[in-house]
Design a protein around this ligand. Structure first.
Ligand code: NAG
Ligand code: NAG
Ligand code: NAG
Ligand code: NAG
Ligand code: NAG
Ligand code: NAG
Length: 768
């Protein structure tokens, strides 16, 4: 998306004020829809308004009725209505990353829906490793979105989720993503999309709301040391592209059946993604068979022309993008320049027709051309379905499931509210509201701050310690004074959008300003447990706190959403046993001093000393690892069944001798029947009930420069003390055990694959 500032600048306070007073506040808000046959019965004559006809017939009818000029109006996000056909203006740009958002002109918060449920920022949700939860959140968000549409406050097309890989800890938008792992990101993307899109009648043709997976592709740098996303050329190997950057998008389309993909601002290997026919028409439409529309980021076509100077004329940019497979332009570039591109013969009417057909088909699947939505599925949803107690309770539940316990010496947590008589709550994030939401937020139903959550059970004293998270100076003495007399100290530190956000990547990954000093000094004088709570999107180098024996516990709470403070208190007091796991590696500061953010390579390069990225490739020191996360209980794993050997029948004519052949193609025929089951028993051997995530990793034989290990699957289960449960992984050898070779082809490496769950390992030999 374009930086929010662009839009905020347009809306200086006086203008907003004038607009809001000049609008009649008593007017009932109406949803935007076409084919209003009740007030205009003549529209019944148009086949495209007839819901009993099939989509293709309606589509063809509609496109055939539009003039070329009218079609241009449907290539841009602020689409121009065609009143003679009963089609109103439509604003395509709404967002719902972790709740309905006010980002984008398609959604507003106003009476009768002043707020919507604000779930934790996605990076924390990813830490739940709970696939059914990902889908459930999507379902609740789409219900609230439909309700807001029905009262005229939102559109039907939401440009969420963001499934880019969180490749570098400095990325300001890492908070929006499900983390660094392609499998987790793929599962998150598909599940959240299903939650948003699937209708209760399970009709694949229909959409509850339309989701959009973005930003395609290899987009994960915003603004680092002056290098801007608008002009950044990501140099990506075919292997990394197919192995790391593309899988979440592929999963969105193939597993999630997403209605849209957004191409990004950046170039990939010298080509702007929105003007690359191989990436758009070739892969998304051709290989993956997207059923929906491809949209540009806002306004990446303008950037392509004016910042990247990729073509000589704007008409060439318009033609290139559309011929590459783009259907919709967020912004106004196409309505301005597509007409001249056509008149100069750079674009054909058929290109325009294809694009508007894809756009209209999506709106048809949403019921936009079926007349008054109050007579349709979801037509009964209204303001009463937003911010319900159940939805708000789910926001709290997601936060508690995602919170990660990273250190807990001598079981200092949970704190018992009956033995802790006084608590000092310190830190610039200790009593924050808006900070808890992260970016792409909406107005929440309400807030519970960490201080409010904690003081509900124990008398507290509070000092912010710093004026803000930048913490240029710390009020160390004031903080020490309250810490030294309290039975327990909770420090709520970290970052906010002034440190990491869209259009702002970090340079350092240490805690900002004087935060470390404040924490250390407070810990020194504390007489009881000291709990350090890190509220942030990206990982922080908190090695000092890990090593400091006075700091007994560390919790990472992401940006935990509207109910974040309640969830933090639930965990600290043991009303909830933490089970979140880190969805990304926490690197030391030395990592960012050594590695250029612009280096897109996932794999290390011994020749230059480049250490590689993420738990799959990086072997250097970490502060915390991908998958880290403690519980108040302990869980034991035992292997029940897992084969030691699997042989894959070779295809006829395939020559592979063991001395020269290290891998075989992961093509369907040879992989037929090549499935294995891994069965594990998990026992809760501690004293607390709780959920536990089993992360199954594999280390493949080291051919094709493969990852040292990768996640094969994850399963979460809930166990009471002493209870046992079973988890089962159905492993498709070609899908799960394969690696991507240097040319982007999937191969199954022959030899020993080592499976790991915690400290448990098992060798699986793959033979031919
Ligand atoms: C709709 O069709 C009917 C019957 O063909 C015709 O009488 C009427 O004028 C049409 N209305 C419009 C608005 O085209
Ligand atoms: C326009 O369509 C014609 C006929 O299909 C084709 O030959 C021509 O190459 C197209 N021109 C452009 C600019 O796509
Ligand atoms: C904490 O924040 C809430 C919400 O902004 C505010 O009402 C309250 O006064 C604050 N508490 C303290 C002690 O500053
Ligand atoms: C990053 O850390 C270095 C070394 O401590 C410091 O000089 C620099 O000012 C920091 N930069 C930012 C943007 O915080
Ligand atoms: C569980 O509680 C019992 C009794 O209080 C105690 O002896 C034991 O050490 C606890 N076990 C663990 C793993 O904490
Ligand atoms: C996953 O989330 C759902 C919805 O909150 C919850 O009911 C379930 O218990 C969670 N699974 C585990 C194993 O905690």
């Amino acid at each position: 998306m374009a930086p929010a500032e662009h839009y905020l600048l347009l809306c200086v306070p006086i203008l907003c004020f004038i607009l809001s007073v000049s609008r009649p506040v008593f007017a009932e808000r109406k949803p935007v829809f076409a084919c209003d046959v009740t007030s205009n019965p003549g529209l019944m004559n148009f086949s495209f308004c007839d819901p009993s006809l099939d989509l293709k017939t309606r589509m063809d009818d509609l496109v055939s009725r539009l003039t070329l000029q009218e079609k241009f109006g449907w290539l841009v996000s602020g689409a121009r209505g065609v009143s003679r056909l009963g089609i109103p203006n439509y604003e395509w740009w709404s967002e719902a990353l972790h709740g309905v958002s006010y980002t984008g002109p398609g959604t507003k918060f106003a009476s009768p829906v002043p707020g919507a449920t604000s779930f934790p920022q996605v990076i924390l949700t990813a830490g739940t490793f709970n696939e059914s939860l990902f889908e459930l959140i999507g379902k609740v968000v789409s219900t609230e979105a439909r309700a807001m549409y029905n009262v005229g406050l939102a559109g039907l097309t939401f440009w969420s989720p963001n499934v880019n890989i969180f490749r570098d800890p400095r990325w300001g938008r890492g908070q929006e993503t499900p983390g660094e792992d392609p499998l987790l990101s793929s599962k998150y993307g598909a599940a959240y999309v299903r939650g948003l899109q699937q209708t209760d009648d399970d009709n694949e043709e229909r959409l509850k709301v339309a989701a959009c997976c973005k930003h395609y592709t290899a987009y994960d740098l915003d603004n680092w040391k002056g290098i801007q996303r608008y002009t950044f050329n990501a140099l990506v190997t075919q292997q990394d592209l197919d192995d790391t950057y593309q899988p979440p998008f592929k999963s969105c389309v193939l597993e999630g059946n997403v209605a849209s993909v957004m191409c990004s601002y950046n170039q990939v290997n010298g080509k702007p993604t929105c003007g690359d026919p191989d990436l758009l028409a070739g892969v998304i439409r051709g290989e993956w068979k997207l059923n929906g529309y491809i949209v540009s980021d806002c306004d990446s076509l303008n950037e392509m022309f004016n910042s990247q100077h990729y073509t000589k004329t704007p008409e060439e940019t318009a033609a290139l993008a559309m011929k590459s497979g783009l259907d919709l332009n967020c912004g106004s570039f196409l309505i301005t320049h597509a007409p001249a591109a056509v008149s100069r013969g750079l674009l054909n009417i058929t290109d325009i027709d294809r694009a508007v057909a894809n756009n209209f088909a999506t709106l048809m699947r949403l019921g936009f051309f079926d007349g008054d939505p109050s007579n349709q599925l979801y037509g009964n949803l209204g303001a009463g379905d937003v911010c319900t107690p159940e939805n708000q309770e789910l926001a709290r539940e997601v936060a508690r499931q995602g919170i990660v316990l990273l250190k807990n010496t001598e079981n200092s947590l949970p704190l018992s509210p009956t033995t802790i008589k006084s608590m000092a709550v310190i830190g610039p994030n200790a009593n924050v509201t808006h900070t808890m939401l992260g970016n792409y937020e909406g107005t929440p139903c309400k807030y519970t701050t960490p201080l409010q959550g904690l003081m509900a059970s124990v008398p507290t004293v509070y000092q912010p310690g710093c004026a803000d998270v930048l913490c240029a100076t710390a009020q160390v003495d004031d903080a020490k004074k309250i810490a030294s007399t309290a039975d327990a100290v909770v420090l709520v530190m970290g970052s906010d959008q002034s440190i990491e956000r869209e259009s702002l990547d970090r340079v350092n990954i240490t805690l900002p300003g004087e935060q470390q000093n404040l924490i250390t000094e407070v810990a020194k004088v504390s007489k009881g447990p000291v709990i350090l709570v890190i509220m942030s999107g990206g990982g922080m180098d908190v090695q000092f706190a890990k090593d400091d024996p006075k700091i007994t516990s560390i919790l990472w709470v992401g940006f935990p959403g509207e109910a974040g403070g309640a969830a933090i208190a639930d965990v600290i007091y043991g009303y909830y046993n933490p089970c979140g796991r880190l969805p990304m590696t926490w690197y030391p500061q030395s990592y960012v001093e050594q590695v250029d953010m612009t280096n897109m390579n996932m794999r290390p390069d011994p020749a230059t000393g480049y250490p590689g990225r993420t738990y799959r490739f990086y072997t250097g020191p970490t502060v915390f690892k991908f998958g880290d996360g403690l519980s108040y209980s302990q869980f034991d794993h035992q292997l029940v069944t897992a084969p030691k050997l699997i042989s894959i029948p070779l295809e006829e004519g395939h020559v592979c001798k063991s001395s020269t052949c290290w891998s075989i193609d992961a093509v369907e025929r040879s992989c037929k029947n090549a499935a294995v089951n891994v069965h594990l028993r998990v026992k809760n051997v501690g004293n607390y009930s709780g959920s536990h995530t089993v992360l199954l990793f594999s280390s493949p034989p080291q051919v094709h420069n493969a990852a040292q290990k990768h996640l094969l699957g994850f399963e979460k289960l809930h166990l009471t003390p002493q209870a046992e449960g079973q988890v089962r992984f159905d492993i498709d050898v070609c899908k799960h055990l394969s690696v991507v070779d240097e040319n982007g082809a999937r191969k199954v490496a022959l030899g020993e694959h080592v499976l790991h769950v915690g400290s448990l390992t098992h060798s699986l030999n793959v033979m031919i």
